[in-house]
Write a protein that binds this ligand. Structure first.
Ligand SMILES: [Cu+2]
Length: 658
């Protein structure tokens, strides 16, 4: 959520010439560098764009779902670009047909702010640091004769708060940090109490908030003057496919592994988008998900201080989970022999840049049995090792790195995993420990995680858009409640539990009720098909206990991210409904996504539905988060239920290929 400028500078340094210029092979492929150049050119020829136009978003405008499902390799592909662009501070949308070479439609979109642009970061920082009020506030803190080299300022998104008088502006907030040596993270020494508010179009510094001074300790707080010695080196423990891999990857990017197949594409906002996720069973190639991706990531902080309270980031819609993907390291981020894939993204000025090693794909043996049984009569054990396929990206959103995994198993399950690592967002305080007189005040809204260092409490809400199509599109959403049943006539038992199913009829939020006595499960079911046992096939969405936002719905931050108040939202499939907090969450006033999508109450019975799942976790920071946050994993599992006739992993060959 917090944005670090240098990441962007690396991204911009990669010239468009490095971008891959492959021809699209599949309707779901991301736009190629050539296609983006053509789209921009056509927009200019139409008189809609000029040399000053900026492009917050250029993405593939997908073919209609029915056409994608009919498409076979070798068939023609209708390629169109969906563009969001800005001229003189106004926002426009256009659809450009790349085959017909024409602009299909264009329109001005009023009262929206597209995602933050590359040029705005450095611009906001420089304007803040040139402002006399800011210099005065810094001088109060001992930064006289200030040089850029002394401090590190990194703008962040502003949220939207009706009480502020810079409501209609495109603004960024600029907090600053004392410059530290290379041994320490760049955000290790926050300079508290100073915050510049910058209009990124006019360059005007709208306000400099200058509050209480918190003096910084001599060394980066909590780290000491030197870092601790390393432990003795371990003998290596590795994951390796020593005889080659069992998956195939071609084009950008068709993946197959065992019975699984899927298409993966880069997306500046979502990170990656998985499409056409299928499981082959004999002759049939059965659809499980038409599309899966992260649609938003909302991270509200719980500190009311004016220099902190605005921190209510929407990392996908404001910053871009693809835009901030960081390159993966072999042997640490992914196994040493993982397939590394460079991803090409559109930039703001109508070109592209390529992030090297942005995505990795690998198999791993988990060390666990996929299944096993000891047969006592025969005194023998049968089993298979668990081997899974992982598709991984790691965007770095300022202080946090999020490991986003899609994990596939032979049993037919898909696990969506999120690992949060990197650093807690921290503030400098005057308390060295909890015996300090100021400790109670300093830790009212967060935890002391090191001397002079508090990390404010916060939530992470990852919303997944799951366009599941279980054996086709006629799907319904079902809640199975496990309820206690009294047995009046039983000579032995007095009660048992039974399963009661409820099928949802209309769009809306669905909230798990953790207080129900026996528990509950949620499924997407195709009532019009059956397996060999004549049962309707379904997939369970198994998330376990899961946090939702408890912020007051009237709170301005919550109003923009209403999706986070419910674990599930179910909508009828509509092309173009991609983002849980709406197309334009940056500086939005209310959530124009899910609450809007469900407002017309369309039917969701036996039809094409989309499940939106919020994987939420609260974070009460503690010293174990410091000096770095060991990866904190959360997951949701999509598991077959009556989809197969028997466990598909039961037939795994007990021998490995020689
Ligand atoms: Cu956290």
């Amino acid at each position: 959520m917090r944005h670090i400028l240098f990441l962007l500078l690396i991204a911009m340094a990669a010239p468009a010439a490095l971008a891959q210029t492959y021809k699209p092979q599949h309707p779901m492929d991301a736009l190629t560098a050539e296609e983006i150049a053509l789209a921009v050119d056509l927009l200019k020829k139409e008189g809609q764009a000029n040399a000053d136009t900026v492009y917050p978003s250029i993405s593939v405008f997908e073919m209609p779902k029915a056409d994608v499902l009919d498409w076979k390799p070798g068939d023609p592909i209708k390629r169109r670009a969906a563009m969001v662009y800005r001229n003189n501070g106004e926002t426009y949308e256009a659809v450009v047909d790349l085959g017909e070479k024409q602009v299909v439609s264009h329109a001005a979109i009023a009262n929206v702010e597209p995602m933050i642009l590359d040029r705005e970061w450095a611009f906001a920082r420089d304007k803040a640091m040139a402002d006399e009020r800011w210099k005065k506030a810094m001088a109060r803190r001992g930064y006289t004769q200030l040089k850029l080299a002394d401090v590190f300022c990194t703008p962040v998104s502003a949220g939207y708060f009706p009480g502020q008088d810079y409501q209609k502006r495109r603004i960024l907030m600029v907090p600053c940090y004392d410059r530290v040596d290379k041994l320490h993270p760049v955000l290790a020494r926050p300079i508290e109490g100073v915050l510049a508010v910058v209009d990124t179009e006019s360059g005007e510094v709208l306000e400099v908030i200058d509050r209480d001074i918190v003096s910084l300790p001599e060394a980066p707080q909590g780290y000491g003057k030197t870092l601790p010695q390393d432990d003795a080196p371990l003998k290596p423990v590795e994951i390796a496919a020593i005889k080659g891999v069992n998956f195939t990857a071609k084009n950008q990017l068709d993946l197959t592994w065992q019975n699984w197949s899927m298409h993966v594409r880069a997306d500046r906002r979502a990170g990656i988008i998985l499409s056409l996720v299928r499981f082959r069973q004999g002759e049939a190639n059965r659809m499980i998900a038409y599309q899966m991706s992260v649609s938003e990531l909302f991270v509200p902080y719980m500190d009311p201080d004016p220099t902190w309270s605005f921190k209510t980031y929407m990392d996908a819609g404001e910053f871009g989970l693809g835009y901030l993907i960081s390159s993966l390291q072999r042997g640490i981020d992914c196994p040493a022999d993982a397939l590394m894939v460079d991803l090409t993204f559109p930039n703001d000025v109508g070109g592209t840049y390529t992030r090297p090693r942005a995505l990795c794909v690998f198999e791993r043996a988990t060390g666990d049995p996929a299944w096993r049984h000891y047969n006592s009569a025969r005194e023998q054990t049968d089993g298979r090792p668990e081997i899974e396929l992982v598709v991984r990206t790691i965007p770095t959103l300022g202080n946090y790195d999020y490991v986003f995994d899609y994990v596939f198993r032979a049993r037919g399950s898909i696990t969506l995993r999120v690992g949060a690592t990197g650093f807690d967002a921290i503030k400098s305080v005057s308390s060295a420990d909890m015996d300090a007189a100021s400790a109670e005040t300093d830790t009212r809204y967060g935890g002391l995680i090191a001397p002079y260092t508090v990390a404010p409490n916060h939530d992470h809400f990852v919303n997944y858009r799951l366009d599941l199509d279980i054996d086709g599109q006629a799907n319904s959403f079902v809640r199975d409640t496990l309820t206690m049943a009294v047995l009046k006539d039983s000579p032995t038992r007095k009660s048992i539990w039974r399963v009661k199913s409820q099928r949802y009829k209309t769009e809306g939020p669905v909230q798990p009720d953790h207080s129900v006595e026996g528990g509950e499960v949620f499924r997407v079911v195709n009532s019009l098909k059956t397996n060999a046992l004549k049962q309707p096939p379904s997939y369970l969405i198994h998330g376990g206990h899961n946090a939702v936002s408890v912020i007051d719905p009237a709170d301005p931050a919550q109003a923009r991210a209403q999706f986070s108040a419910n674990t599930f939202w179910i909508t009828a499939y509509r092309p173009g409904e991609m983002w849980a907090a709406g197309n334009y969450p940056n500086r939005s006033r209310s959530d124009a996504g899910l609450p809007k999508f469900v407002s017309n109450g369309e039917s969701i019975a036996d039809t094409d539905i989309v499940v939106w799942y919020t994987l939420g976790f609260r974070h009460i920071p503690a010293p174990e988060d410091f000096p770095i946050l060991p990866t904190l994993w959360h997951e949701v599992v999509l598991r077959p239920m009556r989809f197969f006739d028997r466990d598909p992993s039961s037939t795994l060959n007990p021998e490995f290929a020689k």
